[in-house]
Design a protein around this ligand. Structure first.
Ligand SMILES: NC(=O)c1ccc[n+]([C@@H]2O[C@H](COP(=O)([O-])OP(=O)(O)OC[C@H]3O[C@@H](n4cnc5c(N)ncnc54)[C@H](OP(=O)(O)O)[C@@H]3O)[C@@H](O)[C@H]2O)c1
Length: 273
């Protein structure tokens, strides 16, 4: 890519897992990449590889608007927003404080929507752009102790579909990425939430079984697999509306085929409950 062809990309959640792997891949592919997260010390490695680092909390208006304005000031444009920051506020509904539930939506949905609002005027002016949102197989299925995470990811699926039809006439694509289990810091954060929220309540047996089942070695993808899906979506002239990771496909298919009660039974069996 020569300088004039280089696309400008903003990746959130760039300090770990899927976001960091995507920044590294896009840098190798010649993009101008801005990586955003709260822990800037965790982004020194990608900075040394050429990423521009932004300290950003997606629950904080000032850090989000400053981040976007900096990109426009430095590059004059923004071609891709990869909305990827997220975490899982797992725990039983009875136990999760509503303040934490609201925070789950702030990070996984409202932060992403605010960043989208901030970049859209520039993308409309350019008559082009791609907004890529990391959902999850969990945006299509459900599991034990995941009410707020799944609610936020299901909401993100609906939000992204509505946004896609709104902005298509302006030349802007909206793309959903649906990873399955991926090797990152995500699971550790989930274990911590489950343990502290429901580890010693009426749901403790379920919490223990949940952690045990998730810790079993299984079909976990490296985050680079998701990075390649994002890269494919960026390169495509006619991107798909959804890119489903290979290991997310079977669970989404099973959910589609089975009745709710049958899927519930499979969950209990999978978690040994
Ligand atoms: N791993 C999986 O199995 C899996 C499966 C399906 C979907 N996903 C989704 O994939 C996305 C990336 O997760 P991951 O697996 O890469 O997990 P991860 O390794 O835990 O990375 C999460 C990223 O989100 C950032 N983040 C969290 N809260 C933030 C906030 N308030 N403001 C700004 N950044 C914030 C973190 O950065 P800081 O803490 O430095 O801010 C970190 O860079 C998430 O949306 C997740 O739900 C993951």
């Amino acid at each position: 890519m020569n300088r004039n062809e280089q696309k400008v990309v903003l990746v959130t959640g760039a300090s770990a897992g899927i976001g960091k792997a995507t920044v590294e891949l896009l840098l190798q592919e010649g993009y101008i990449v801005y990586g955003a997260a709260r822990r800037i010390e965790q982004m020194k490695d990608i900075e040394s590889k050429g990423a521009r680092i932004i300290a950003m909390d997606v629950t904080d208006e000032t850090s989000m608007s400053n981040g976007v304005y900096r990109i426009i000031r430095e590059q004059g444009r923004i071609d891709v927003l990869f909305n990827n920051a997220g975490y899982g506020a797992y725990g039983a509904v009875e136990d999760v404080p509503l303040e934490e539930a609201r925070r789950q939506f702030e990070v996984n949905l409202f932060g992403l929507s605010r960043l989208t609002q901030l970049v859209l005027p520039y993308m409309r002016r350019q008559k082009s752009g791609k907004i890529i949102n990391t959902s999850s197989a969990g945006g299509k299925v459900y599991t034990l102790l995941g009410a707020w995470y799944h609610a936020a990811k299901h909401a993100l699926e609906g939000f992204s579909d509505c946004l896609r039809v709104e902005v298509k006439p302006f030349g802007i694509d909206v793309i959903i990425i649906e990873p399955g289990a991926t090797d990152s810091e995500w699971a550790e954060v989930v274990f911590e939430h489950v343990q502290t929220t429901s580890g010693s309540t009426a749901y403790s047996i379920m919490a223990d079984a949940f952690i045990k089942a998730l810790k079993k070695p299984g079909a976990v993808y490296p985050p680079t697999r998701i990075a390649h899906l994002v890269s494919k979506a960026i390169r495509s002239k006619k991107p798909k509306t959804r890119y489903v990771a290979g290991n997310a496909r079977p669970v989404i298919l099973v959910r589609r085929i089975l009745s709710d009660r049958m899927f519930d039974r499979i969950l209990y069996r999978a978690f040994n409950i």
